[in-house]
Every structure is written in C-alpha cells, then in structure tokens.
Design a protein around this ligand. Structure first.
Ligand SMILES: Nc1nc2c(c(=O)[nH]1)N[C@H]1C(S)=C(S)[C@@H](COP(=O)(O)OP(=O)(O)OC[C@H]3O[C@@H](n4cnc5c(=O)[nH]c(N)nc54)[C@H](O)[C@@H]3O)O[C@H]1N2
Ligand SMILES: Nc1nc2c(c(=O)[nH]1)N[C@H]1C(S)=C(S)[C@@H](COP(=O)(O)OP(=O)(O)OC[C@H]3O[C@@H](n4cnc5c(=O)[nH]c(N)nc54)[C@H](O)[C@@H]3O)O[C@H]1N2
Ligand code: SF4
Ligand SMILES: [Mo]
Length: 694
C-alpha cells in the first residue's frame, strides 16, 4: 500500500480557511485532518469538514452529465455523455449569444472560495460572451460597504491577536458554529482574564458561553453603537490624540451622537438603559486604561435594511477610544481586503466585447424577480439561459417561491455544475458533475486570517466529474473561443492569483506555496496604530464625503428595519414575530445538509420560540408549526425556549428544501428587499406569524 499526505485548503465559505492534510491510501482519501503546523488551524477542523471524505465519496455524488427527462423541479434525469452535454449547451447558447448575449446569466457564489475554481475561467468565458454580469451580494456586501466608507477596506485586527484582548465584543456572530478558530482564541483570552460580551438577539451557542449577553432587537445595532458613542463622548472616555490625528468629522459626529441618549437607544433596541451605559463605560474605561479592547463583528448584523450603516457605526467605535493602537485592539469584520489578489489577470475583463459599455448587471439577491421579468428598455432582454455553479439559489436566495417560479419557466435554459442533485439541480436542463476540493487544484485567500493557501489535488476526479475550470475551457472551445487564455491550466491560473508587485505578497510563489501549503502576508501587527486608513482622507471617516455623494447620510445614523413592530406597526399587527435564520452549526449554508451524519446531528428543521409567544399561540415544545407571511409559509418543529427573546423566532438554516418536512425552508418567508448600501439581501428583516400546523 502507498500512503501519501497531501496539503490542501478548506474551500468553504467560512472565515477560518483551514489548512488540511489529506491522507491518501492507494489513491483513496481516507482521512482529512487539520494541519497542526498552520497557526490558526492548529490541527483542528470543524465537524463538517472532518467529514469531507464522507461528502466526497457520498453515494449520491454526481458522476456523469445528466439531461432532464421530467418536469422542471421533479428531479428526473438520464445519463448522457460529455460530448452530448457540451453540444446541447452550445447549441442553446450560440443563437442567444448571437442575438442578445445579456440574456445569458452566470449565477455563482462561494460553494468554493477558491480563486481558480471560483471566478477565473468562468469569468473569462462569460466576459468573452458578453453575458450579463452578476452582482455577488448575497452575503457580505452591505457590511463590507459600510466598513469601507469608514475604515477604507476589509482590513482589521489580526485573528492571531485576539487572545491578547481584555474585552471582546462578539457582535452579530456565532463563532462556535461559524468561526471556530476565532472562538479558540476568544477562549484563550477568557482564560487570560478577558471579558466576552455577545450582542445578538438570540442566545446562540456562543452567547451562552460569554460573560454577558445583550439581546437587542434584530436590526437595531446601529442605534446601540450610537448610544455607545453618546456615552463615550458625554463621559469623555475618548482618545483625543487619536481622534485629532487619525479621524475625520468628530465635531459633526458629536452633534449626531448627542441625539442618541441611552433612553432612546434602550427603547429602540428593546434593552435596558443600564445595558447601554455599562457597555459603553466598560469599553471606554478599559481602552482609556490602555487595555486592548476588540470587536469581532460578523455578518449577522448586516442582513437587515440598515445593515451597512450598522457596520459603519460599529466601525467608528475603535477610533473614538484609540483601540487601534494595540495589535489586539480594534475590530475585525473580515480580513479579505488584506490580500492583493490579481482578479483582472484571473477574470480578464478586457475580454468584454466593448469595454467602454459593459453588459448590464443582475443582482443575485433578486434572482426571483429578475428571472420573472420581461424584456424592457430599463431591464434589457429577458433572461433566457442561466449557468449555475458554486451556488444553490433554490435553497439560499430570498423569497424562494419566486425563485422557484423563475427557474420553472419552460422557456428558460438552465445548466447546473454541481457535486450533488441539489434543489437547484432539479430545475436544470443539463447537470454537469463537478470535482470537489480533493480532486482539483486551487489557491485561496481567507476572510478571517492572513495566509495565502494552496490546495493540491489529493485524488483523481470521481467518475466523469470535471473541475469548473475544465468545464468552462471545454465550453469555450465549443463556442468557438480560441483566445490562448482559454487553454491555461489550473496551475497557470493559480500562479497569477496574487499580485507580487504588492509588498504584502512579495513572498508569493506558486510552486513554493504548493509545497508548504500556506504563506503569511507581509502585514504589520496593528494595521491602524498610526492611522493610515485606506480611505480618501487617510483617516477613519466619522463624516464621509463619499456617502454624501452616494446619496447617503454622511454621518452615523439609525435606519430602522423594513419589517418591525416599531417601523411598520400595520404589518406587525398581522405578523407580530421577527424571524431570523442564521447558520446551523453542522451545515455550511446549504452545503452538507445531505451528509447523513451531519443532518442527523442537526435533526430536523426547528423554530425556536419564546415560551410566552408559544403559550399565546397554544404551541408546546415539539409541536409542528406553520410559519407564514404574505410571501409564503413553511412547516417545522417548534422548540419552546427562552434562547429566543420574546417577539423573536429563530430557524437555523439553510435546509435543502427537499430534505425538509414540507419541501420548503426559511427562505419562503424572507424578502427580496435590499439593504441601505451594498444592494444586499435582508434575510433577518422578516416579520411572520406562527401557528400550530394542522
Ligand atoms: N457552521 C457554519 N458556519 C458558517 C456558515 C454556516 O452556514 N454554518 N456560514 C458561513 C457564512 S456564508 C458566513 S457569511 C459566515 C458568517 O455568517 P453570519 O451570518 O455572521 O453567521 P453567524 O456567525 O452564525 O452569526 C450570526 C449571528 O447573528 C445573530 N443576528 C441575527 N440578526 C442580528 C442582528 O440584527 N443583530 C445582531 N447583533 N445579531 C444578529 C444571529 O442570531 C446569529 O447568532 O459564517 C460562515 N460559517
Ligand atoms: N435564510 C437564510 N438564507 C441565507 C443565509 C442565511 O443566513 N439565512 N445566508 C446567506 C449567505 S451568508 C450565503 S454566503 C449564501 C450561500 O449560498 P451559496 O453560495 O449558494 O452556498 P451553498 O448553499 O453552500 O451552495 C453552494 C453549492 O456549491 C456547490 N459546490 C461546492 N464546490 C463546488 C465546485 O467546486 N464546483 C461546483 N460546480 N459546485 C460546487 C456545493 O455542492 C453547493 O451545493 O446563502 C445565503 N442564504
Ligand atoms: S468550514 Fe471553516 S472551520 Fe470548518 S474546516 Fe473549513 S475553514 Fe475550517
Ligand atoms: Mo455568507
């Protein structure tokens, strides 16, 4: 028997981007472990990816191209050959491309975060076609935009510093489920005497283990941050020197913060005045005493109407108290902006038919409406063909009944590149089998740590599966695209992924990275200790000219949810409960739902409801309940628990619809309305009613 150990990287949409070591025995991957040498992975994987071999060798893996033989959505397919599949796709796409290339739409997200198997050969293909561009907003663009206006780029506190913090605000995140290796460091900080505070409407696994939990109403974080500013300013818990040297707009901010008294904030957030005041005092006093105070904000805060502003307001706090001076102080939302990736080289926007007039852009978060839209001068041509890869829109996109109706259109041609027969694949005309991370080459950034990562192929492709890149190479050839860039190998692509001219990536060398597995960026310990914010002014912008130019309030503000008791009492009279649907620990968005052992651990779809709200509706623990609003409904099992505050219900997500009881999931009731900035979805801005199911 020959045994090898292959260096790989976790491809999933998770900030931790773990370094993996894959044991291969006679060509079979027998074990996937965390690399003990990688500083943040430290030999530990989450429950999901520890099962990566189970997912790769799953009996339901798609191994051959398939053609649909039943109605859309039913899931009846027959096996065909690759030539037949590629010819069928080219035959449908060619006339559309000749007539109206924008009627062709790619739909992809982060099924893999790889720079090669994500947007490289695929983008080249769609650019050359002149297909519609896709606005990839489904996850992070609201918060990223708010952070960018304020701090300049997705750069923040190094994950490897958090164990030295003395106060950590875990704001809108549940790291035990979704950012495990950060949680390890938060626990180390706790052992060193740090205080951990969770700010979250729900008593998540993480909130349960923090010293304090502030259970505010969803979508009200911007007000809490304004209240903290109010107290910091009123009690002079400020770093005047840092403010004077490295920030812009403090005088204007003072005026705005003055409006947000702790009483007004407490009322808005549904918490006590003492919670507001004491949080601000603790944060400000510890910073004044020179202790590192850190904020780990996550995307849970920004899936509401005012999500961009919420992140912006939170991002003002570290500059007010000078927390950035310390490597373990400051804030992290994402580290993605630290990586000098060379996207133009990978994606080749120069291939567009007319660079001066780019194709229209379609927002992935409104795919339901956009697939149902007729041609018009504003919209352009009706969408006639969709090519889905690295995404499962039928399960994950909001307002799911519209998404399903769109994909069910008889005149729509749909191709899905997948590992499994997902809810989306059921609507495909042609399904193409894709390789998993064990079967292909890739390179990765991270949105939690600061290492460039390599993924070597550990095993040969399963069945007739092909890498996304190879599928787009073959499609390009079938469509008659003969530019040499469509013949570049995955290694050639990976070698272009980082811009070596940037000081942070001078140590990037693809062959060396493949050998070692990972390489840290050249970055300072404390990115903004002496200012140097990548904003237009070079300062942390409390007042933002760019926001003003973009039609937004230039100062931190509070934007109430679309759907809440306070902002929309009429709607709340019909649908009085706020629903959020954050990530389940054993799934990764909708990935892994079909892995039997992980689904068994999650059990079945649940809705957590407060005992008071349960009693008012005659709902007992374990009852089947129907959750509904004007957009739709779904059924699942109630868990009566005070983990959900009064007025809030929580359905951990994202279930495959066909593996849930009634073939529906939480996205039946979520809406396609977009956030204040970043054109992002408002998954956690949803009012519903709940009743006992018949
Ligand atoms: N196990 C697992 N890990 C994952 C994922 C997964 O599905 N499963 N998904 C991955 C992805 S794609 C992402 S984007 C990341 C991060 O994904 P996030 O969406 O940030 O998810 P969480 O870290 O679970 O934190 C969300 C927390 O925010 C809380 N929350 C909801 N609304 C509000 C609000 O208005 N205010 C505040 N303060 N809190 C609110 C929720 O109750 C929840 O506990 O996680 C990644 N990691
Ligand atoms: N209600 C609700 N909805 C949500 C969220 C929520 O919190 N609540 N979270 C939102 C967030 S944060 C996100 S990021 C989105 C995520 O939405 P998606 O990015 O669509 O993520 P997944 O559901 O994991 O689906 C990814 C698919 O890609 C496939 N895949 C993986 N690797 C490859 C590959 O190499 N090639 C090909 N062809 N396919 C591959 C996987 O098998 C999987 O089916 O969901 C959003 N939807
Ligand atoms: S999903 Fe996250 S925690 Fe799990 S192995 Fe991948 S990167 Fe690590
Ligand atoms: Mo996400």
């Amino acid at each position: 028997m020959t045994t090898t150990h292959v260096r790989a990287a976790c491809p999933h949409d998770c900030p931790d981007t773990c370094a993996l070591i894959v044991t291969v025995e006679d060509g079979v991957a027998t074990e996937v472990k965390g690399d003990p040498g990688h500083p943040t992975t430290a030999g530990v994987l989450c429950t999901k990816v520890a099962r990566y071999a189970e997912r790769t060798y799953h009996p339901d893996r798609l191994l051959y191209p398939l053609r649909r033989v039943g109605p859309k959505g039913e899931g009846k397919f027959e096996r065909i050959g690759w030539d037949e599949a590629l010819d069928a796709i080219a035959a449908r796409l060619k006339p559309i491309a000749a007539r109206a290339p924008e009627a062709i739409l790619p739909y992809s997200y982060c099924g893999t975060m790889g720079l090669v198997q994500g947007e490289s050969m695929s983008s080249r293909f769609f650019h050359k076609l002149g297909a519609s561009l896709l606005d990839r907003t489904i996850c992070a663009s609201a918060g990223a935009t708010g952070y960018k206006y304020t701090v300049g780029a997705s750069v923040g506190t190094d994950m490897e510093q958090f164990q030295h913090a003395k106060l950590i605000l875990i704001w809108g995140g549940n790291p035990i489920a979704s950012n495990l290796h950060f949680w390890t460091r938060a626990q180390a900080a706790k052992r060193n005497g740090a205080k951990l505070i969770a700010i979250d409407p729900y008593r998540s696994l993480t909130a349960e283990k923090c010293h304090q939990h502030i259970a505010l109403l969803p979508g009200t974080d911007a007000a809490l941050a304004l209240g903290m500013m109010h107290v910091l300013i009123a009690e002079d818990l400020l770093d005047h020197d840092y403010i004077a040297q490295y920030t812009q707009g403090f005088e204007q901010l003072k005026g705005r913060a003055a409006e947000w008294t702790p009483e007004r904030v407490a009322e808005t957030c549904g918490i006590t005045v003492a919670e507001v005041v004491e949080l601000a005092r603790l944060y400000g006093r510890m910073a004044r005493d020179g202790e590192p105070v850190a904020i780990r904000a996550n995307y849970g805060v920004q899936r509401v109407r005012g999500g961009g502003m919420a992140v912006r307001n939170i991002a003002c706090l570290p500059a007010l108290v000078g927390a950035w001076r310390h490597p373990a102080g400051g804030m992290q939302l994402s580290s993605s902006g630290s990586f000098p990736t060379n996207k133009p080289a990978l994606q080749r926007p120069d291939l567009l038919p007319d660079a001066g007039k780019p194709p229209r852009t379609i927002n992935m978060s409104t795919i339901g409406d956009d697939l149902l839209r007729a041609a018009s001068p504003e919209f352009g041509p009706q969408v006639e063909a969709v090519i889905v890869y690295n995404a499962n829109p039928l399960a994950i996109a909001p307002d799911s009944s519209k998404v399903a109706a769109g994909f069910a259109r008889e005149d729509l041609f749909t191709v899905v590149l997948e590992h499994f027969q997902t809810d989306t694949a059921d609507y495909a005309d042609i399904v193409l089998p894709a390789t998993t991370q064990l079967e292909h080459v890739d390179t990765h950034t991270s949105y939690g740590h600061l290492y460039m990562m390599a993924n070597n192929a550990a095993i040969a492709p399963m069945g007739e599966a092909k890498a996304n890149t190879e599928i787009f190479r073959l499609l390009a050839a079938r469509m008659g695209m003969d530019d040499p860039c469509f013949r570049e190998s995955d290694d050639e692509l990976a070698a272009q992924a980082f811009d070596k001219r940037d000081a942070r990536a001078v140590h990037f060398d693809w062959e060396a990275l493949k050998q070692k597995g990972w390489q840290r960026l050249d970055m300072p310990d404390a990115p903004f200790a002496r200012g140097g914010f990548p904003t237009p002014s070079g300062k942390c912008e409390f007042y933002s000219e760019r926001m003003l130019a973009d039609g937004l309030d230039p100062l931190p503000a509070y934007i109430a949810p679309y759907e809440s008791r306070a902002s929309n009492p009429e709607l709340a009279a019909k649908y009085p409960l706020a629903m959020i649907s954050p990530p389940a620990r054993n799934f990764l968005n909708s990935s892994f739902v079909n892995v039997t052992s992980l689904r068994a651990t999650e059990g079945e779809p649940h809705l957590d409801i407060h005992p008071g709200d349960g009693a008012a509706r005659g709902i007992a623990d374990g009852d089947m309940v129907r959750i509904y609003n004007d957009r739709g409904s779904f059924v699942c099992k109630a868990r009566v628990t005070d983990k959900a505050r009064r007025g809030l219900v929580v359905g951990l997500s994202v279930w495959w619809k066909k593996l849930a009881g009634d073939g529906k999931n939480a996205n039946e009731v979520t809406s396609q309305r977009l956030t204040d900035m970043g054109r992002a979805p408002t998954f956690y801005d949803t009012l519903v009613q709940v009743e006992k199911a018949a």
